[in-house]
Every structure is written in structure tokens, then in C-alpha cells.
Design a protein around this ligand. Structure first.
Ligand code: C5P
Length: 291
């Protein structure tokens, strides 16, 4: 049977500065976002109706009810395409999601899946949308969905919808670690203590690893302390990562609880991941590259 596939890469916020709060409760950010080599896979086959099957190690954390972001993305796209060409019926699809990323974990699993669903269904249905319409539709699904449409290094501002190319970065190897506790994004934002600061500058190139680490050390994730206040285990993850042989820097991604450690080589990242997995059997540990 004919099908197409899309990769939904894990999103890593190397930095995340919260610069203000809008009247609707959403927060203004500046974040340097990169994407990992690990992620979910989505497969799309033609069908009359829409349906979703979920497989993979984290399949049991999700349901296929209409709130599932993949189905919500598919239905929103059908509606939009239906409006654009009222004379034609928009087809359906069988979507199979291989859920490899932990859910509610700060690495944009749901957002990356929704973005991959939009990309995949446009290909399957041989349809097109103006970029601005696609970005607006993505934003309706979640603040992180627009950045996941591109899946490449970006400065993310506004509440997530203002995207510009990120800086030139050195080759990055990482270990992602999630301790198996979900974190509520609204809860972490709520726990932020006011006093927003202006964001730091956005260098157009940070080509050396030492320079990048200097930049990251001076630009901590503003959501890390509130996440630790709710889930103390995040602090333990950061300590374990930082203590791993070859780890140059560690911080939390997004609203947590997943943390990343940066390494100079793929070998260092792999051997640290092996040790971390053996010592913490309940944790999700993934060595990867970042781009
Ligand atoms: O847009 P998304 O559904 O991912 O956001 C989840 C929640 O996180 C929002 O309802 C809001 O409470 C919080 N949030 C925020 N500012 C952002 C993104 C998310 O306050 N820029």
C-alpha cells in the first residue's frame, strides 16, 4: 500500500528567556531552538476518513480521542483546505504515529507530531497553503507548533510564532534525559515569579563550542527554577548529567522535565548515555546530535 512518512524531531530549547506576559496569559519569549536526531515517526496512507493508530514505547501515554494534537491538526487542515476549495471534498487519511518521545516533557513531542501531521497531509493530499496561513494554523494548535514546522535552528520570539534563522552553531552532540515525570507547561509558567528581564542579544554566529557554552551559561532557561520547584527530580537529572564523563554543559529544555547535556563527540555522548541508563533504569536516556 502506498504511504508517506514524516519525522517529528524532538525540539530542544538551548535557551529560554521569558520577557513578559500578554493580557491573554501567554508569555513572551526569546528562545534558541534546535532539533535532535531522535523523534517520532508518522506514516500517512490515503483513506476516506481520518483515523489514528499509535505504536511505540510511549503509545500508552496517549489516546486517539479528538483532543490528540495529530487528529486536531488533521481536522484543522481539512477545514482550511475545504474553505480554500469549496468545490472539492477534502479526503481523509490513516495516520500511524510511532511515539518514541516521552509526553509532556519539554521537548515538543506533541507539537512536533502536529507539525509533522500538517507537512505529511499536505504531501499526501497534494495540497498547498500560503506559508502565513500554515503558520497561523500551526499557532492555533500550540505555541511550539510553528517552530516545529521547519525543524531547524531558529530564534523563537513572540509567544512562539516569530521565527528567524538561528545562528551558525558548532557540531553538537547531546544526551537527552527525562526522569519519567510529566510536567504541566501552564503550571510551570504560572510558578514564574514576575520581574521579567529584556532578552539578551541574538548573535548571528556562535561557531565555537566554548563560545556557545559561554553564551548558554549567561542565558539560563527562565523556566528551570519554577520547574524544579514543582519537580525536584529535575535538579537530580541536571546533577547526574553534569557529572557524566565528557559533559560540557547541562540545562533543562522548555518547561521540562527533559534536560540536555552537551558533549564534544558522539562517542562521549553514547558512553555517558550508557552509564546514565544503567544507573537510572526508570529514566529515558537518548544520545543524539542536535542541528
Ligand atoms: O500553546 P501551548 O498549548 O503549547 O501552551 C500551553 C500553555 O503554556 C498555555 O496555555 C500557557 O499557559 C502556557 N504558555 C505561555 N506562554 C507561551 C507558551 C505557553 O504562557 N509562550
Amino acid at each position: 500500500m502506498e504511504y508517506i512518512t514524516e519525522f517529528a524531531a524532538a525540539k530542544i530549547n538551548l535557551t529560554l528567556q521569558v520577557t513578559g506576559k500578554r493580557s491573554d496569559g501567554y508569555h513572551m519569549l526569546q528562545s534558541l531552538v534546535v532539533f535532535a536526531g531522535v523523534g517520532d515517526y508518522l506514516r500517512f496512507s490515503p483513506a476516506e476518513d481520518l483515523s489514528l493508530e499509535i505504536t511505540g514505547p510511549f503509545a500508552s501515554s496517549l489516546t486517539t480521542d479528538p483532543n490528540n494534537l495529530v487528529l486536531a491538526a488533521a481536522r484543522k487542515l481539512q477545514e482550511q483546505l475545504g474553505k480554500n476549495c469549496a468545490s472539492q471534498t477534502v479526503p481523509g487519511a490513516v495516520i500511524r504515529l510511532e511515539k518514541n518521545l516521552p509526553v509532556a516533557s519539554g521537548i515538543g513531542g506533541g507539537s512536533a507530531d502536529a507539525a509533522a501531521a500538517l507537512r505529511g497531509l499536505l504531501r499526501l493530499w497534494e495540497a498547498d497553503l500560503p506559508e502565513s496561513d500554515l503558520t497561523s494554523l500551526a499557532l492555533e494548535l500550540g505555541a511550539d507548533v510553528p517552530v516545529c514546522l521547519s525543524s531547524s535552528c531558529r530564534w523563537m520570539e513572540g509567544i512562539g510564532e516569530v521565527l528567524t534563522p538561528g545562528p551558525e552553531l558548532p557540531k553538537l552532540f547531546a544526551v537527552l534525559v527525562n526522569p519519567g515525570v510529566p510536567v504541566s507547561t501552564p503550571g510551570v509558567f504560572k510558578a514564574l515569579k514576575g520581574n521579567f528581564m529584556p532578552a539578551s542579544g541574538k548573535p548571528s554566529a556562535i561557531p565555537a563550542l566554548a563560545e556557545l557554552i559561554g553564551y548558554l551559561e549567561n542565558t539560563p532557561n527562565d523556566l528551570q527554577a519554577p520547574a524544579i520547584s514543582q519537580r525536584g527530580i529535575v535538579s537530580e537529572v541536571l546533577t547526574e548529567l553534569r557529572g557524566s564523563h565528557g559533559c560540557l554543559f547541562s540545562a533543562m529544555s522548555g518547561s521540562g522535565a527533559t534536560c540536555y547535556g552537551l558533549f564534544d563527540t558522539a562517542e562521549d555522548a553514547e558512553s555517558a548515555a550508557t552509564t546514565l541508563s544503567v544507573e537510572n533504569p526508570g529514566w529515558w536516556v537518548a544520545p543524539t546530535f542536535l542541528r
